[in-house]
Write a protein that binds this ligand. Sequence first.
Ligand SMILES: [Mn+2]
Length: 387
Amino acid sequence: MTFLHLSDLHLGKRLGEYELYEEQRAVLWEIVELCGARRPDAVLIAGDVYDKPVPTIEAVRLFDDFLGALCDLNIPVLIISGNHDSGERLGFASGLIRKSGVYIAGAFEGAPRCVTLQDDFGPVCFWLLPFLRPATVRAAFSALGLDTEGITDYTSAIRAAIGRATPDPAVRNVLVAHQFVTCRGHSPERCDSETLNAGGLDDVDLSVFDPYDYVALGHLHGPQRIGRDTARYAGSPLPYSVSEQNHRKSVCLVKMEQKGRTEIELVGLHPLRGVRTVRGSLEELCAPDFPGREPRGDYVLAQLRDEGAMQDPLARLRAVYPRLLGIELLRSGSGAAEFNAAALESARLDPMNALEEFFSGQLGRPMSRTQREIANSVFERLREEQT
Ligand SMILES: [Mn+2]
């Protein structure tokens, strides 16, 4: 059994003011071609298919075309919703299209959904777990009349949800999930295009997934393993922030033979355009021989070292870098520079960080776990209302 593990497509995502449909279409087609060449038995998409709960028309078309192309190749596609997706919308007509080999776990219905595929070594059970918050698990469990008492945080919620699966230890089991997974408190590598909670409240410990031969994760945008080789984030197929300029984007091609034998190959992707920073004075960046001018199509953040006033820097830079994401001033020693750095820093803060900073500044002690949980659930409710 060979399957391709991808995640975090974020179709419809914009980078600054730029739409990325061209890049997204190109990378999806690279994946379709890879499927044509390597013929995996399944494709797993571990959440964040779309960038928004109500995706744009273009994004829906793009995904429709992608699924159609995989169906034409007769490759089953197994999909879960991520925190950016609306599980209900993503799961529309899932009962009908499963007949075409497209399995979507959109909204959580109280237990992971199991899809079984066969090969010469027997069955492989794929357990599909959509993105979960503790509140989602509690609501689904109460609706089923199940006990919700022990569900207090992400780890206990995911443990309870997974506990409703019944993996047979004699066969191969694969879990598809979209959570922030840590291994014994060791935090994975993160980047700016992910939406995560602060304070470690959404951590799920890897031990929850112990019975699974492979854990196909989504949520983090840098490809990486967590604790063991067979628990992985595939990462996003494209760089979605400047902080990802050094990522090598890839998909995981997983080969499972008899139970206990799993081989993983990372297949590199080739994004149509890069995302990167260029650094220097305005004159340097605009000079015809400046090495950072190429490739001209890349998305570029200009970091300027100029100390004095500059003449029309945006227009001059745009003429050289048509996909300019913005300007950052690297002025040193002046009040303006400090202000600039502080403003940038606070813009990066999420509300939870800001509140924690305010709380400890006012009261001289950090927030307790209970206080963090209360504040976090308020922020989560606000986030849900906004989306
Ligand atoms: Mn994501």
